[in-house]
Design a protein around this ligand. Structure first.
Ligand code: SF4
Length: 227
């Protein structure tokens, strides 16, 4: 891969640091970039507690890393796609600066966020993958619906479906929030809870204008951290 030329950071940017749970290279397992080699930067901490959370190990611990060092570790992976995830990455204010500096360095950057924190300050070059938490998640009250006003056509709203009631709720949200045509819509079965084939059949029966997805990384590697 061609070496990306990184602009010199300002002194304030050099001082910024983030609590990082892990940095690893894998295939993107979800979203419209599924299957692409991608560097994942997982930030520590999340204020939510979804019932199906598969990254509880990222709620605490981790390592404090300055952004220039983070950029060096990302560059060492030698791919152009970077996903900033968590936990809830936006719970750390310096995440916004990290996203901008990754974009400045020429990466294709996506952000995976719970939908509970404000996305309005996220760099416009970043592809936002924003959850709308379903009732089955246990965190439906945390949805910050004004985030939907900040979505561009390439951004994505993700519903993790736990059961038929969640499916019906998500289907209703598409109409109530006027989501059709506004951005990509992703429906994903909750791993180990919702049978994937049934969800696929419901989508087809209703001709729902959404993208069904499975978590590719779990099919390939199971539930292990680091993939
Ligand atoms: S928002 Fe994500 S990281 Fe936080 S509890 Fe829910 S699934 Fe886990």
């Amino acid at each position: 891969m061609k070496t990306l030329v990184q602009p010199s950071p300002s002194p304030a940017q050099v001082a910024e640091r983030l609590r990082i749970s892990e940095i690893f290279l894998s295939l993107q397992g979800e979203s419209t970039s599924v299957g692409l080699p991608t560097v994942f930067v997982r930030l520590t901490g999340c204020p939510l507690r979804c019932h199906y959370c598969d990254t509880e190990y990222a709620f605490r611990g981790g390592e404090n890393i300055r952004i220039p060092e983070l950029l060096r570790r990302v560059a060492a992976c030698q791919v152009r796609h970077v996903t900033v995830t968590g936990g809830e990455p936006l719970a750390q204010p310096a995440c916004l600066s990290l996203l901008t500096q990754l974009c400045d360095a020429g990466y294709s950057v996506s952000l995976e966020t719970s939908g509970a924190l404000d996305v309005s300050e996220v760099d416009a070059r970043v592809t936002k993958v924003v959850d709308l938490k379903t009732p089955g998640s246990g965190e439906v009250a945390r949805n910050l619906y004004r985030n939907l006003d900040w979505l561009a056509p390439r951004d994505q709203v993700k519903f993790v479906i736990c059961d038929r009631a969640d499916y019906e709720w998500a289907r209703a949200q598409i109409g109530e929030q006027h989501l059709t045509g506004r951005c990509e819509l992703l429906f994903s079965p909750a791993w180990g809870q919702q049978e994937a084939t049934r969800l696929a059949e419901w989508i087809l029966e209703d001709r729902l204008p959404v993208r069904f997805q499975l978590q590719l990384h779990k099919i390939l590697w199971g539930d292990e951290p680091g993939h």
